[in-house]
Design a binder for this molecule. Structure first.
Ligand SMILES: Nc1ncnc2c1ncn2[C@@H]1O[C@H](COP(=O)(O)OP(=O)(O)OP(=O)(O)O)[C@@H](O)[C@H]1O
Length: 457
């Protein structure tokens, strides 16, 4: 399969003051097989993510299970090393523009002034190039609250030691000073300092999550990654924890990355939303605008499948077909297109899409394929057991949307069908309106999503 191009924001609107700016960040996990554990491919868990997280904002990161949200959150918190791309810390709007501009300049064509500016930006703000001390400061400044408080709290430690550890390690606190600070933190999260000498199992799920929040806030971070912090809790307790998070943000001026699959939570909590699909950002923008007028079919379908959301969400006739493709070899063009109800020829079709379609929806026909001879991802000869099956395949393809993307008529010789699709570039996240980005090729071309009644063939 061809190498995919990175997702690039062509006209990113700089956020005035960014806690974090991601450029083309990737996490590809190797897939190992056989006795020798040789690498046979890579899971593209995060595959070219560009994001800006503005100071004081809550960025909601949403998407179906397996789309890469947790991996991205762990990269941001420094718990997973990215396999590609850059993370920039504390850039002003002007510095964001400089980084965008200088990334596009070949090192050999840089002027002396550009080179000096690039060097200074990298050593001052790029994780990996900054001094160790600054990197450690970033790690302390960015804390994480996980979904599963049971797994993330040591069951053999007292709450005092759990919440106090960061203070002991980083600030050298002990004795009464440590106790006083832990007490303050427990009060702040609504638990009360009297709980200091108890163990995690003596608390309810909601209380344990309060302990996790207290621990995360111990070092006065500015930025907290909240990875599904309420999804393991009862609905009534969820609301209490969400309210606590909102109050703490107001009091302490925190910036949140809120990872969840619950769009209702995101609608109420986030100022900005990033919708993720198969390792990439599908849509990004202010939460209310994204919900009221989505620019990506995936966002619209997610929104309309969630009845708890406020607003005028007509139940959509759109639905996603098939299953989430394998992140080892994601589809070409727009990653959603094989499942998208409104995909068109320019959204990117390849031989694999057609084969996956018949495997999912015409398994008996799929059984009769005897050989696939690919010239590349877009061109192949598909041979069947019989000519009848070959013709059934050709008829099926001709009646499908994929046929709009073929670049020459199908050729049928005996039991072999020769298929060739136009090669399209991979979709990129682009700004369509101020602050509104989408990777939907169709919306980029037409300016808006089509009316709800338009569906697939
Ligand atoms: N350590 C790993 N090694 C190999 N593949 C991994 C690893 N961690 C995650 N993956 C894969 O990467 C992809 C993204 O996983 P990730 O957990 O980041 O998604 P997610 O959107 O957070 O899902 P969920 O909501 O279920 O947690 C999935 O296909 C997952 O199977």
């Amino acid at each position: 399969m061809n190498q995919h191009q990175p997702t690039i924001i062509r006209d990113r609107t700089p956020v005035s003051d960014a806690v974090l700016t991601l450029h083309d960040v990737k996490v590809h996990y190797p897939v190992k097989e056989g006795l020798l554990q040789s690498v046979t491919g890579h899971v593209r868990a995060v595959d070219g993510v560009d994001l800006t997280i503005g100071r004081g904002q809550t960025l909601g990161l949403v998407g179906e299970s397996g789309c890469g949200k947790t991996t991205l959150g762990r990269v941001i918190a420094g718990l997973v090393e990215p396999t590609g791309g850059d993370l920039w810390v504390n850039l002003t709007a002007e510095q964001q523009r400089d980084v965008d501009r200088l990334r596009a300049v070949e090192p050999a064509s840089m002027t002396a002034a550009d080179r000096a500016a690039w060097q200074s930006l990298q050593t001052g703000h790029r994780l990996g190039s900054m001094s160790r001390e600054n990197q450690r400061a970033y790690r302390r400044n960015c804390q994480v609250v996980f979904q599963d408080s049971f797994a993330s709290l040591n069951p053999r430690q007292l709450v005092r030691d759990i919440v106090g550890r960061p203070l002991r390690v980083h600030q050298g606190l002990s004795g009464d000073r440590l106790n006083a600070k832990v007490g303050e933190l427990l009060d702040m999260v609504g638990l009360g300092s009297q709980h200091m000498y108890r163990y995690p199992h003596q608390f309810s799920g909601g209380q344990r999550q309060r302990i996790s929040i207290a621990r995360a806030l111990a070092l006065n971070p500015e930025f907290v990654v909240l990875d599904e912090p309420t999804s393991a809790l009862d609905v009534s307790v969820q609301a209490q924890i969400l309210n606590l998070l909102v109050d703490l943000q107001g009091e302490l001026g925190l910036t949140y990355l809120f990872i969840t699959h619950d769009l209702g939570v995101v609608q109420h909590l986030s100022t900005t939303i990033a919708v993720m699909y198969l390792g990439q950002i599908a849509e990004y923008g202010p939460t209310d605008l994204v919900f009221n007028d989505p620019l990506h079919p995936y966002t619209r379908i997610l929104r309309d499948s969630n009845p708890s959301l406020d607003g005028e969400n007509d139940a959509t006739e759109w639905e996603l077909t098939g299953s989430v493709p394998n992140p080892i070899s994601p589809p070409h063009g727009c990653r959603l297109h094989p499942r998208c109800p409104v995909a068109r020829a320019e959204c990117g079709w390849s031989v694999d899409d057609v084969l996956t379609d018949i495997e999912d929806r015409a398994p008996l026909l799929f059984e009769t394929i005897s050989r696939v001879e690919r010239q590349d991802d877009f061109t192949a000869d598909v041979t069947f057991d019989t000519e009848v099956s070959a013709r059934a395949f050709a008829d099926r393809l001709q009646a499908s949307r994929a046929h709009d993307a073929v670049d020459r008529p199908l050729e049928i010789a005996d039991a072999t069908v020769s298929v060739s699709f136009r090669e399209v570039p991979d979709a990129t996240l682009q700004q369509l309106r101020e602050g509104r980005l989408t990777s939907c090729t169709r919306t980029q071309n037409l300016g808006a999503l089509p009316p709800i009644h338009e569906t697939r063939r």
